[in-house]
Design a protein around this ligand. Structure first.
Ligand SMILES: Nc1ncnc2c1ncn2[C@@H]1O[C@H](COP(=O)(O)OP(=O)(O)OP(=O)(O)O)[C@@H](O)[C@H]1O
Ligand SMILES: [Mg+2]
Length: 150
């Protein structure tokens, strides 16, 4: 799929393994551009981090992407590009996303992927973004839906 199609159409897929989810992430990562914001939603173990690993590899960033649960923001440096992996799981209700400096990172033009985006929806909705939701269908099946929100 080219970028126009990802922007225009709702994409829906059911993956049957972690590898498949990473490969959908890699496909998606190839059409991402600097400055894109990606909101990842869904339960614990839904496959969000697995998808992010795929995005990094699709963009030629070869790092072992770990879940940034204990560090809020991880930076992955590729050739001529930066990718920010944010995990809002541990954010308290009262944290103001503006204090996290996410606007500055967006202005700098990196690609940003946010796990538990629902915790900072007010901030997310101020930017056009890709919305990616994960649903657990069975031990190994994940339903992934991607939409672009303006
Ligand atoms: N189809 C699938 N896609 C993705 N992961 C799968 C799939 N089937 C099984 N799994 C397993 O589910 C887990 C997904 O973990 P992952 O860390 O990606 O979830 P997460 O959504 O980031 O969770 P958290 O909210 O805790 O950060 C892994 O252990 C992975 O092996
Ligand atoms: Mg995760």
């Amino acid at each position: 799929m080219n970028r126009e199609e990802w922007l225009k159409d709702r994409f829906h897929v059911v993956t049957a393994s972690a590898e498949e989810t990473a490969s959908v992430g890699a496909q998606f990562g190839k059409v991402c551009q600097p400055g894109d914001l990606v909101a990842l939603r869904g339960p614990l173990g839904g496959g969000k981090t697995c998808f992010v690993q795929g995005v990094a590899s699709g963009r030629g960033i070869h790092v072992s992407v770990k879940s940034p649960t204990f560090t809020l923001i991880h930076r992955y440096q590729g050739a001529n590009q930066e990718m920010w992996h944010v995990d809002c799981y541990r954010l308290s209700e009262t944290t103001d996303p503006q204090e996290l400096g996410l606007d500055e990172l967006m202005e700098a033009g990196g690609l940003m992927l946010v796990e538990w985006a629902e915790r900072i929806d007010g901030w997310i909705s101020r930017y056009p973004h890709f919305d990616i939701s994960f649903r657990i269908r069975s031990v190994n099946e994940r339903e992934i839906t991607i939409t672009h929100v303006r």
